[in-house]
Design a protein around this ligand. Structure first.
Ligand SMILES: [Zn+2]
Length: 243
């Protein structure tokens, strides 16, 4: 008998599990960047997996495995770690594709599909207002992270731009009500782009701030880092009533 997920989590933290366990992948989040202790930038992704006994988050520190670890796939894992109540998969972990899906009760599947939702957007609130939305010309060099141009020159890498060769970036402020508390958060280009997509606004509009205001108030889900919103999504009515 191969061990169950629940067996694995009864072992000590940081344990390398060398036995093979069979799991089903329920949900997968997109690749995200992280910094190793030596400062190197790498990519990882998260997945929720379960078997008939247990549900957990899996952190995959090997971005190549993104082609194997996909929703609904049944996998056999070997040589992985248990850390802080989660599975860690590295480049040394063997991940086999398997057939025969294990029988999994519905309540376990439901639990597994909620795990990552909370991770991606831990907060919910009412987007009430937008202020100080500025569009500015920025450097297109990835390493300059959308640095604002000064007289058509990037202050970081020194690249010179013509009137049309630069990109545009955004910064703005949102007023968000959560649990009857009002907070102000800063948003940047990716969040403005997402808001425009979700609200059906044209990001090139010269009256973008007013265009967005026309659509308020709306329920949002978001992730924050201090005073900054790092991820935002306008909730659909399915989200609001289903969660
Ligand atoms: Zn630059």
């Amino acid at each position: 008998m191969s061990p169950s997920l629940l067996n694995c989590f009864t072992k000590e933290k940081g344990t390398l599990i060398t036995e093979q366990i069979t799991v089903k992948v329920i949900d997968v989040l997109p690749l995200e960047k992280y910094q190793k202790r030596n400062g190197e930038s790498r990519e990882m992704f998260r997945a929720s997996v379960c078997d008939a006994t247990y549900v957990c988050i899996t952190n995959v520190y090997d971005s190549k495995k993104v082609t194997i670890i996909q929703p609904n796939k049944v996998l056999i894992l070997e040589d992985f770690y248990i850390r802080n109540g989660e599975i860690s998969i590295t480049s040394k972990t063997n991940v086999f594709k398997a057939g025969d899906p294990p029988e999994i009760p519905d309540d376990i599947i439901d639990k597994a599909s909620l795990l990552l939702r909370g991770l991606q957007f831990p907060y919910r609130g009412l987007l009430r207002g937008i202020a100080d939305l500025h569009r500015y010309k920025c450097c297109i060099n990835g390493r300059c992270r959308k640095r604002k141009l000064q007289e058509n020159k990037c202050p970081k890498c020194g690249r010179l731009y013509t009137e049309t060769s630069s990109e545009y970036a955004f910064v703005g402020k949102l007023s968000v009500e959560t649990d009857s508390e009002n907070n102000t958060y800063t948003i940047f280009t990716p969040q403005v782009e997402q808001l425009c997509t979700d609200l059906g606004c044209n990001i090139k509009s010269t009256s973008l701030e007013d265009d967005i205001v026309q659509k308020l108030s709306v329920n949002i889900k978001f992730k924050k880092n201090g005073e900054k919103i790092t991820k935002i999504s306008v909730e659909t009515s399915v989200d609001v009533h289903g969660f």
